[in-house]
Design a protein around this ligand. Structure first.
Ligand code: 13P
Length: 249
């Protein structure tokens, strides 16, 4: 069901002590809210984060997983391993995984099928590069990213999918999509899903925006009708900034 969500993707930042310190600060400062609050620390700190947040409303999620159940995949982590430590939501398809680890639609499709098959919730990331936007190809590109990975799923799978539109040119650059650009793309995403499935699925899916969301621009971005929240990178590493963004929702 459509929800308000603010999620922090910590990427490859914060050691164990820093992770615990940031979680303690967030726990102390976060306001009561109906929105779902999520944090994605690095793999090695996930289990301790889950323990620390046991009675908290902050949910710990994973940044990535492998599609295989187990086996000879050095350096990888499976859905079962995440579930075993109490994590049932995983980010799949982040542009940094696509760009630096050669994760293409085929691999991402296997990951999504694997995670959903295990009963996990998938936060699926996608978004265009700057060249796509400059050449006016951004809608087509986003449509193909959705189609190649999500459109062969059963309609029922959509209740476990959260979308995160993250234009690559806005990630870590300080350059945000304008609230109008975010709204325009989110509305396009709902229209595309409505055509491929139906309007109920399109209306009910949660679509987050990610890319240089900061305390100073969050209110305006979140005020757009098709933007249900944010996937936050850099600003999620600073407690006061993340708290301010949560307050914006
Ligand atoms: P920034 O907020 O640092 O631009 O990162 C966004 C992001 O990639 C979240 O997954």
């Amino acid at each position: 069901m459509r929800a308000k969500i603010v999620a922090g993707n910590w990427k490859m930042n914060k050691n164990l002590a820093e992770t615990e310190a940031l979680l303690a600060e967030l726990s102390a400062k976060l306001p009561n809210t109906d929105a779902e609050i999520m944090v994605a620390p690095t793999y090695v700190n996930l289990a301790s984060a889950v323990r620390t947040l046991e009675s908290s409303k902050i949910e710990v999620i994973a940044q990535n997983m492998h599609y295989a159940e187990n086996g000879a995949f050095t350096g990888e982590i499976s859905a079962d391993m995440l579930l075993d430590i109490g994590i049932d939501t995983v980010i799949i398809g982040h542009s940094e995984r696509r760009a630096y680890f050669a994760e293409n639609d085929e691999i991402l499709s296997k990951k999504v099928i694997s995670a959903l098959g295990k009963g996990m919730r998938v936060m699926f990331c996608f978004g265009e590069e700057l060249e796509d936007r400059k050449s006016g190809n951004h809608f087509k590109l986003v449509e193909s990213q959705l189609k190649n990975v999500l459109f062969n799923l059963e309609p029922s799978a959509w209740s476990n999918i959260i979308l995160a539109y993250e234009p690559v040119w806005a990630i870590g650059t300080g350059e945000t999509a304008s609230p109008e650009q975010a709204q325009e793309m989110h509305a396009f995403i709902r229209k595309t899903i409505s055509e491929a499935f139906d309007s109920t699925i399109a209306t009910n899916v949660t679509i987050l925006y990610g890319g240089s969301v900061k305390p100073g621009n969050a209110v305006e971005i979140f005020s757009k009708p098709d933007v249900d929240g944010g996937l936050i990178g850099g600003a999620a590493l600073i407690a006061d900034d993340f708290v301010a963004i949560v307050k914006a929702i």
